[in-house]
Write a protein that binds this ligand. Structure first.
Ligand code: NI
Length: 176
């Protein structure tokens, strides 16, 4: 990938940022759900839940489809996964592996492939591979910010967990 090294670098760094945000948190805090909203574990696990959508959409672009595969706007995969029952190490390490696979999928793409265009099923307008990568990075940031808020370090963020939750059935809509 030549045209967008900064964007790939941003994606490459997400697992490290996730790891940094959850390090040393007590399990009780990691798993706390309030008002039907997601826990830190849910947000972290959700990042992995969407990797198959992102990878699949790259395959869609390369396969020349007219319209990209749709997202599940209800986030059923994340609710069903019950990330609260998993260890945080498992959640982080799964995301590290899946994100590595996604970046490895992007790296060999030519400039021409990066500009492949397909129809976004929800936005009903065309987007390129680069646009998709930007959406993925923004979506990752959204959930990292939610985690930061839930762990209570939100002074710089300027948002409270009350503003972020309750999510989360449709919280990802801007990017999926
Ligand atoms: Ni999301």
């Amino acid at each position: 990938m030549n045209a967008q090294p900064d964007l790939v670098e941003r994606l490459r760094g997400t697992p490290l940022r996730l790891e940094e945000r959850v390090a040393g948190l007590p399990l009780e805090q990691v798993r706390r759900r309030s008002g039907g909203s997601w826990s830190i574990a849910d947000h972290a696990g959700h990042l992995s839940d969407l990797e198959s959508l992102w990878s699949g959409r790259i395959e869609d672009f390369l396969g020349g489809v007219r319209t990209l595969r749709p997202a599940d706007l209800e986030n059923r995969a994340t609710w069903a996964a019950n990330h609260n029952a998993r260890s945080l190490e498992d959640i982080v390490s799964e995301f590290r592996q899946l994100q590595r696979d996604f970046v490895a999928q992007l790296e060999p793409l030519s400039d021409a492939q990066l500009q492949l265009t397909a129809h976004h099923p929800r936005l009903e307008q065309p987007m390129t591979v680069v646009d998709l990568c930007f959406f993925v990075a923004e979506h990752d940031d959204h959930h990292l910010a939610a985690i930061t808020s839930l762990r209570g370090g939100s002074a710089l963020l300027g948002t409270s967990s009350a503003e972020i939750g309750p999510p989360t059935r449709r919280c990802c809509v801007p990017w999926v």
